[in-house]
Design a protein around this ligand. Structure first.
Ligand code: ZN
Length: 365
């Protein structure tokens, strides 16, 4: 699923977005909050797009602009048929302003922010609430964020700013402090699996995809899962070669496998694979592993890798994650350092005469 699809753009939608099964509690909690207190000036939803944060935010926007008053049912969504709902669905509600980057840009710039401020100053076209929706607000650049500050603090009466982010640290402190925060809970695994199966994925595939996408159900359903699965398979082949070639093999093997992919893309999948291998080498089953689809190719690896070496590979991945956060090294430098670490583990294991010695390789020497 593309970023655009995950942000659930309203054009072409025939009914308001449904709250996802793992969000029911959050929906009721937010409903109670909005009913109990005066509407905040600005609400900041914290959650990952892959866990449905944008879908949730779209549902909140639809509910706020629906002309039918909320019923006693805490899970009642927008009606989908009133004038307000129809305008939201058509993408032409006069009291909804989406503050997003201009086409072709990654950041929200000051001109877009000025337009949102001007919108906030207008009278409501439908006579109800006005909403400025800022999905993925971490995309606001500094000037744009500064431009919003005054209006965020004291928006004209009847105007609500709704921001979402998965990374609040990338928002200006002054923006964060002007918003009431609402953290969405992550999806539990059983609920996410049941939802993926209801979308038509067979159980084992749903489990494998969920593992590959770090438990994010919307990612597991989309293109991201197929890309991760292909990367996982490439890495299985590369690790098999690393074990076969031993110390004479290419010590900088990882950049070759990575191609255009960055350290940040590659590391989570490599870590998952090394953890799978550690589980296999420790006698664990494969039922819940992303490895399920690769089990035939993974079994020979298990035979050549000691449990200690698998553990050292996992540790090297964790160390690389820390290094990526702290060192300021570039992606290719990080990949080279990680290549050397994993290669070094193989060399030490074979030198120690570990069970990992590959009979093929031993014969060739
Ligand atoms: Zn409605």
């Amino acid at each position: 699923m593309t970023q655009a699809a995950r942000s659930a753009a309203p054009e072409g939608r025939s009914k308001p977005p449904a709250v996802l099964p793992w969000q029911h509690e959050d929906w009721a909690r937010l409903g109670a909050l909005l009913a109990r207190e005066r509407l905040p000036h600005a609400l900041l939803l914290l959650g990952l797009p892959g866990a449905g944060a944008l879908t949730f935010a779209e549902a909140v926007v639809a509910r706020l602009l629906c002309a039918v008053p909320p019923t006693a049912d805490p899970l009642a969504a927008a009606c989908g048929t009133c004038v307000g709902c129809r305008l939201v669905l058509a993408g032409s509600h006069p009291d909804l302003h989406r503050l997003e980057p201009e086409e072709g840009h990654e950041q929200i710039r000051v001109d877009e922010a000025r337009a949102a401020v001007a919108f906030a100053g207008l009278k409501a076209g439908q006579g109800g609430l006005k909403v400025v929706f800022v999905p993925q607000a971490e995309r606001l650049n500094v000037q744009a964020a500064n431009c919003l500050l005054k209006t965020l603090e004291e928006p004209p009466l009847g105007t609500l700013f709704l921001l979402t982010t998965h990374c609040p640290a990338r928002l200006l402190v002054t923006v964060r402090s002007r918003c009431q925060r609402f953290a969405l809970r992550p999806s539990g695994r059983p609920v996410a699996l049941a939802w993926l199966e209801a979308q038509g994925l067979p159980g084992p595939e749903a489990a494998a995809r969920l593992d590959l996408c770090r438990g994010l159900p919307l990612d597991a359903l989309g293109d991201a899962a197929a890309e991760q699965a292909a990367l996982y398979a490439d890495l299985v082949a590369a690790l098999a070669a690393l074990l076969s070639d031993g110390p004479e093999g290419d010590a900088l093997w990882l950049s070759r496998v990575a191609g255009e992919r960055t350290h940040a893309t590659l590391l989570p999948v490599l870590t998952l694979l090394c953890e799978d291998l550690l589980r296999l080498c420790s006698g664990g089953g494969t039922a819940t592993l992303a490895a399920a689809a690769q089990v035939e190719r993974l079994t020979p690896l298990k035979g050549r890798l000691t449990r200690e070496a698998a553990g050292q590979w996992v540790s090297a991945c964790y160390a690389s994650a820390r290094q990526g956060l702290a060192s300021g090294l570039k992606s290719d430098e990080l990949l080279d350092a990680l290549s050397l670490s994993l290669h070094g583990v193989v060399g030490r294991m074979l030198a120690a005469g570990g069970e990992g010695k590959d009979p093929e390789t031993a014969r060739r020497r």
